[in-house]
Design a protein. Structure first.
Length: 384
């Protein structure tokens, strides 16, 4: 029985990385042979209830993100960087105090590159360490490591017995940084726990009702889509956009102001946080992804499974998940004309044919529910 200590980067159920980690824990538990405990940086989030319901032992230890958001203002950037340094120091000493607990485990499993707590535990204890990397950093989340990205990737490689990435494009990104072979860097697509969905949904496409789900940030492309809606309406393309995500933070407020200035209030809606996204998807014929660099695309798989037609740009891992004209549609990243041509292409097609593409997408999504991730991770743990 291998004892695994999983390090979460937060305690929120709506976090894609945490939800994916919970799916992985379920897969490992179903496979058997593992005794899993988890560590959270706080007890504020709802995912702790999921852990308790599974009778999994957990610890709450104060550690923090060791990255900071990039802002244009020098003072703001310096303030955030200083906070990140303080958080790094606190995380270091928290790991030192927790080291004796970690010695009782066979494997430390760090979820996301946002936290160094698992790496510090590995350094203090020499317990084998797997690091599950789920993000690029600057290009997808506007976040930089306080120790510098290049130095971080060297530490990542030195302080991990195995490294897991969630897409081929992210694996290549890491290999370019460490300039080494791929003997301990593994691409393993996430398992996605999908709710029951109605495979018999038939959408009409006489107009385009777009839904984008996720964090509202510069890297997720909501501003590009707002500009796209403006351009589409100018060309008499019938389109509306709804945005799901926390709409109280700085970037969301900026986007709301922009929508008002462009007089798009009737065409662009902010829906805030929603806990009924599965049902909400039924009212939208299209799910759209416009991130600068999607590291995997959990929301893409969820949208496909809900029988939505997926439109995505051709950056990041989108091209690994969406086959143009087969399981969805791709447009050129950051190109309004390409987006409008995709809209026109869909509107020119027969509804039956478009729904067939959506069904193909749904069938494709089912391959991510087969516990392949859990099986491959279990083999990595067994090899330690």
């Amino acid at each position: 029985m291998k004892k695994v200590l999983v390090i979460f980067h937060d305690s929120h159920r709506l976090s894609g990385a945490s939800a994916s980690m919970l799916d992985l824990i379920d897969s490992l538990s179903d496979l058997g042979g593992f005794s899993i405990s988890v560590v959270f940086p706080n007890d504020n989030g709802t995912i702790i209830k999921d852990i308790v319901n599974r009778n999994i032992n957990y610890y709450v230890v104060p550690y923090h993100s060791c990255r900071y958001l990039i802002h244009s203002g020098l003072f703001k950037k310096a303030h955030l960087a200083t906070k990140a340094i303080a958080k790094l120091v606190l995380s270091f000493f928290s790991a030192y105090r927790f080291r004796k607990v970690a010695l009782n485990y066979d494997c430390i499993y760090s979820n996301t590159s946002d936290i160094y707590f698992g790496m510090f535990l590995h350094q203090f204890t020499s317990v084998k360490h797997i690091w599950h990397v789920r993000e690029f950093g600057i290009i997808d989340q506007d976040s930089r490591h306080i120790i510098g990205d290049d130095f971080f990737y060297r530490l990542l490689y030195r302080n991990s017995n195995q490294i897991v990435t969630i897409s081929d494009v992210l694996k290549r990104h890491i290999l370019r940084k460490v300039k080494d072979n791929d003997s301990k860097v593994h691409r393993i697509y996430d398992d996605v726990s999908l709710p029951p969905s109605d495979k018999g949904i038939f959408h009409k496409f006489d107009s385009l009702n777009l839904l984008i789900v996720g964090s509202i940030s510069a890297g997720k492309g909501q501003e590009f889509l707002i500009d796209g809606v403006k351009a589409a309406l100018h060309c008499n393309i019938p389109v509306e956009l709804s945005i799901v995500g926390d709409d109280k933070k700085e970037h969301a407020l900026y986007l709301k102001e922009k929508v008002a200035k462009l007089n798009l209030q009737n065409s662009v809606k902010f829906l805030g946080f929603r806990d009924d996204v599965g049902n909400l998807r039924k009212s939208y014929n299209i799910a759209i992804i416009a991130s600068r660099a999607e590291a995997f695309g959990r929301v893409t798989i969820e949208a496909m499974n809900a029988n939505q037609l997926v439109i995505a740009n051709d950056s990041g891992a989108n091209v690994e998940l969406v086959k143009d004209g087969v399981t969805g549609f791709l447009f050129e990243s950051n190109n309004i004309d390409s987006l409008l041509n995709t809209f026109k292409r869909i509107l020119s097609m027969d509804d039956d044919l478009i729904n067939d593409i959506a069904v193909s997408g749904r069938n494709y999504s089912l391959r991510y529910t087969s516990s392949q991730c859990g099986q491959q991770i279990s083999k990595l743990i067994d090899k330690l």
